[in-house]
Structures are given as C-alpha cells and as structure tokens.
Design a protein around this ligand. Structure first.
Ligand SMILES: Cc1cc2nc3c(=O)[nH]c(=O)nc-3n(C[C@H](O)[C@H](O)[C@H](O)COP(=O)(O)OP(=O)(O)OC[C@H]3O[C@@H](n4cnc5c(N)ncnc54)[C@H](O)[C@@H]3O)c2cc1C
Length: 308
C-alpha cells in the first residue's frame, strides 16, 4: 500500500521541497540518477557501452510551467546529442523524452511539444540514433500517440512506450505492431484509477504477456522494459516462438536496478539497453523508483534517521 502513497507524494510541491533539500537524499538519488550534468553522464555512457550495453538517455524534468522551460528541455537534449556526436557514441545511445517536459501540458501544448521534439528527433537521426517517447499518465497518451504518428512520417524509427496496466493498451499494441513501430512495453509507473487501469499485479503481468505476444508476432521492433525475471524469460521464449533474431528485439532496464542482469543478458548475446536518467529536476523520477520497491523507501528513511 506504500506505492500509491509515494506516487501521490511525487505530485506534491511540499514533498518535493523537503525531499530535494534533505542532505541525505543525494547518495540515495545517485543510485538511480548518476549525474546532474552532461559532463557527469557522458563517462557513465562510455562505461556502459564499453561493457557491451546500449543506452537510452533521459534528461529528467516534468511538470514544467513555462514555455521557456520547454525550450530549455529541447536545448538540453540538443546539447546531449552534440556531445554524443563528438564522441562517436550516436549508434549506441538513443534518447527517451517525456513530452510533458517539452510543454505538452501548457496551453497549446500538443503543438508546442511537437515543435520542440521534432528538432531533437532530427538531430538524433543525423547521428544515426533515435528517440523514444516515454508514456506518462493516461490523460497524456492520445496526444503522445498522435505526436508519435506525426514524427514517424519523416522518422519511422521513432519509438514510443505502452503501459501494460492500462485497459487501452492491448488495442494500442495491435495498432502499433501493424504499423511496424519500435515499441517499449512496460508495466506502468503512474498512479492510475481503476476505471482505466488494472490495480492487481497479477492482472498487470498477464496483460504484459498478452501485449508482448502481440508485439513479437507483429511487424515492429519490441523493446522489453522490465526487471521482472519471469517476464524476461517469457520475452525470450516469445521471441524464439516468433522466429526473431537477436537484433530484432531488445531488453531494457533502468540504471541502478539489477545491474548484474544487464551484463548477463548482454553476455548471452541479447541487445540490452540501460535507461539512464540525469539532470537536476530528478524528484518525480526518483519518487517513482521508490514507489516501485518500498524497500527503497525504507533504505532512504533509515539513512535520513541515522544521519540526522
Ligand atoms: C527501460 C524502462 C523504461 C521505462 N519507461 C517507462 C515509461 O515510459 N512509462 C512508465 O509508466 N513506466 C516506465 N518504466 C517503469 C515501469 O513501468 C515499471 O514501473 C518498472 O519497470 C518496474 O516494473 P518491473 O517490470 O521491473 O517489475 P516489478 O515487478 O516492479 O519488479 C521486478 C523486480 O525488479 C526489481 N525492481 C523493480 N523496480 C525496482 C526499483 N525501483 N528499485 C529496486 N529494484 C526494483 C525488484 O527486484 C523487483 O522484484 C520503465 C521501465 C524500464 C525498465
């Protein structure tokens, strides 16, 4: 029951100020968000790619309130892509973006987010890589899928994320699989009401398997976003049944979570991509990681008590 409470706190400005300012927060945050600047994250990208892993980079930040912040988000990604180009890391590192950070929730936000994300997708294509649109809460998804479809007219390799906990997702998966898209399937990390989403973990896992089967049997490129050993084994089996070669799907996990499993899958010959978030506005991302595993919260609280 802690998970939903943490997710509710992830939208609270008061909690944001308290958690962000606590001196003990930093070391706990660093496990999941290994840097605040491009200079800090580039060595991490180099280290991961040296180990045979691929990367998707997320500049953290959401819930922005001004158009200027949306331009700053776009520019942060353009700076990152420039650095990847200089280092020749383009093909190993793609980008993950949250359209909320590109202005989606502001007035006229759909057009603003599309206008901001397009140059990022263009710059990524120019260095041989691509962009995946993350899935946020369910109210944002029609706009996200419309932007995805629009971007794919010029950049068909643009990816998107679908969330197994939402009732709508099986239909979305069929549409995207038919269209030959790159699609990351995840369980879902937001607090969603029972009218739109499964609440039971077992139901979510079953939906995940049904959706993954659709993606594997379809024409697109499935990206299996999960740390769940059972789903990873099922993913391998579904890929085998669908006759997919190792470069026709990939696994994805978050930086700082089950890192030994990243290396094991890569050593077995799978494509393994590590979702690596960086930046200063890490609060929302960090709280979702706490919500996924309440033991993380206990560790965090214990370090607060022992250090104070
Ligand atoms: C690459 C990637 C991209 C994602 N993108 C999105 C997105 O765009 N939109 C979205 O809604 N969600 C996204 N998520 C999050 C996702 O929805 C889940 O919340 C998250 O992956 C946890 O689910 P799980 O499949 O790992 O299974 P779980 O059953 O939650 O976890 C399985 C096991 O993994 C380990 N584990 C999982 N989470 C943690 C954690 N935080 N800390 C420590 N150990 C943990 C534990 O050992 C746990 O038992 C993404 C996840 C990944 C891996």
């Amino acid at each position: 029951m802690l998970g939903p409470a943490i997710l509710a706190a992830s939208r609270s400005d008061k909690m944001r100020r308290i958690v962000s300012a606590a001196p003990v927060t930093k070391p706990v945050v660093t496990r999941f968000i290994p840097g605040e600047t491009v200079d800090q994250v580039i060595p991490i990208v180099e280290e991961l790619t040296r180990k045979g892993l691929e990367v998707t980079l997320d500049v953290v930040g959401e819930d922005i309130t001004t158009v200027e912040q949306s331009y700053a988000a776009r520019d942060a990604y353009l700076e990152l892509i420039g650095r990847l180009k200089d280092l020749g890391l383009g093909e190993k590192a793609e980008m993950s973006v949250k359209l909320s950070m590109f202005g989606q929730a502001l007035e006229g936000g759909h057009e603003l987010a599309l206008a901001n994300v397009r140059p990022v997708v263009e710059a990524a294509a120019a260095i041989g890589t691509t962009v995946t649109l993350d899935a946020e809460d369910h109210t944002t998804l029609d706009s996200m899928f419309a932007i995805h479809e629009e971007l794919r007219k010029d950049f068909p390799q643009t990816g998107c994320v679908i969330q197994a906990y939402l009732f709508r997702t099986e239909a979305d998966a069929r549409r995207l699989a038919d269209a030959g898209s790159r699609v990351r399937i995840v369980k879902g990390a937001y607090k969603e009401p029972a009218e739109v989403a499964y609440q039971d973990k077992g139901e979510i896992d079953k939906a995940y398997v049904r959706i993954l089967k659709t993606l594997m049997e379809g024409k697109g490129y499935p990206m299996i976003g999960s740390h769940d050993p059972r789903l990873i084994a099922i993913g391998q089996e579904l890929a085998r049944q669908a006759g997919r070669k190792p470069d026709e799907y990939e696994f994805q996990m978050l930086y700082g979570i089950r890192s030994e499993e990243h290396l094991r899958l890569a050593a077995e010959g799978h494509r393994m991509r590590v979702y690596t978030a960086y930046g200063t506005d890490w609060y929302g991302y960090f709280m979702r990681r706490l919500a996924e595993k309440p033991a993380n919260l206990l560790f965090f609280l214990r370090s607060m008590i022992t250090k104070n």
